[in-house]
Design a protein around this ligand. Sequence first.
Ligand code: KIV
Length: 272
Amino acid sequence: MSVSKKEYKKVTVKSLVDMKKHGEKISMLTAYDFTMAKILDGAGIDVLLVGDSASNVMAGNETTLPITLDQMIYHASSVVKGIDRCLVVVDLPFGSYQSDPKEALRSAIRIMKESGGHSIKLEGGKEIKESIKRILNAGIPVMGHLGLTPQSIYKFGTYTVRAKKEEEAEKLMEDALLLERIGCFALVLEKVPAKLAQKIAEALTIPVIGIGAGNGVDGQVLVTHDMIGMTHEFQPRFLRRYLDLYKDMTGAFEDYIENVKSGDFPNEKEQY
Ligand code: KIV
């Protein structure tokens, strides 16, 4: 389905705020490497997130906690080389910003200098306010991330829907307003009730991008490997699979193995 939209030759943090103002939904997906970034950018994605989900998807870890700043910089610099138009947001990994604002700024500067990414994302509200302010003061755009924050998984113990209780919902709204007030350019809301997410999106002028947060927000993000079905064990309710690449790739690999074993590959036309 094609949607009429304003042309953005390059997507910037300003374009995203503009999109929200004009009611154009923002499309965002993850990327961790050059080839995928090139395909996604060519398809017209607005934002690529070099997510710390690379820890799960690329490195096979159970959580996002083990990925390092050096590894995030490696992924981000590969993504940046593949894009022409979209905005690249890079996650600050666990342990690179929680201890104090100076360390947070140092980590953000390393990402900007060494990867060429355009902005950073970090998880949390009031508790990391000073770190966010310090990064913003250095001229680095910051995207917030509230709701389910996977870097705190051991504190909560589960990946269930957040902010179902009144008290947690109030804190979420307060944190969202705070992030806007101190200057974040956008906010990811992960796995929260749709009604609450819509209320937050309506209360903010900066875009709210949802994952498992319903359709009342200003844009959507998914982990690319999940939405194209390369991963197949993970099936949360919010995930729409656009392809079943796990099945298709397995079939292709089986065919290749069979062709090599039988001597069918390469044939006469495939040799010199
Ligand atoms: O790391 C990631 O992929 C993310 C998204 C789930 C928003 O933070």
